[in-house]
Design a protein. Sequence first.
Length: 297
Amino acid sequence: MEFYQLRYFARAARYENISMAAQELHVTQPSISKAIKALEQELGVDLMKKNGKYCALTHEGRLLQAKVLPILSAIEEIPREMQIGRTRQWIRLNALSAGLLIPELIRKFHEVHPDISFNVMERREAIGWDVCIRSTLPENFFNNSVKLMDEKLLLACKKSSPLADKELITLDDLRNEDFIELKAGGSIRLISDKKFKEMGFIPQVAFECENFYILKRMVKEGLGVAVWPEYSWREQLEGTDDLDEVCLKPIDIPNFCRSVYLIRPKDLKILPEVEEFIKFTTEYFSSVKELSIYSRR
């Protein structure tokens, strides 16, 4: 079993899409397929099952994913650790929410502070980070944190759907609609489940997926509707042809929103570069609302 095989498998498992993994790793799709096949032969189990354009993890695939991710994460930490004591500074950022905004945030910060690099992770169980961005129910809050923004949760639907003609979506409008939902654990699923229950509404869940890349594509294919944060996922539509196929609509649910926070470690001295990043991030998120696709419509 080779390191590159585990790396290819982990990235394909993350998106459940070999094409997207190949694009991110800058390799060919056959290279990833061949690596996964070699792992399956060596382990004597199926790790993935083809499902149209996507690939679903088997039970054994999820077990391997859970084993591999901490190992890969530890290996990816080595370059940063080797830089300790040198002139280049590093910020460890745990991005659990608003992940699509993070690359632009880092690019803009790096333009001002080119000597600061980032180790970006996305692990709820991670420790040792300098800054964590995550979201929660609007009535909750995190200690030792800064609120970056509140954002509404909207309904995403295909433009050819009758829902696209409505200014405000009611729960009665959604009773016969198929829902595409992120798997339990994230703030969007937690908030929508809680609010739907309070309103006495049981969504007709037809599909579950693990990331917004797949969710967006499924909405675009007309497989159902989905709950969609107003600002955090704007890059998923802006600048693409998806604007011609997907629209966002407000839902008639009181206080249907989430709060996004930047959290600092407890009892740990904040380094000057981290303080600068916190200030920059707060200003960046304030500007994000002005660029929202939904707010311009």
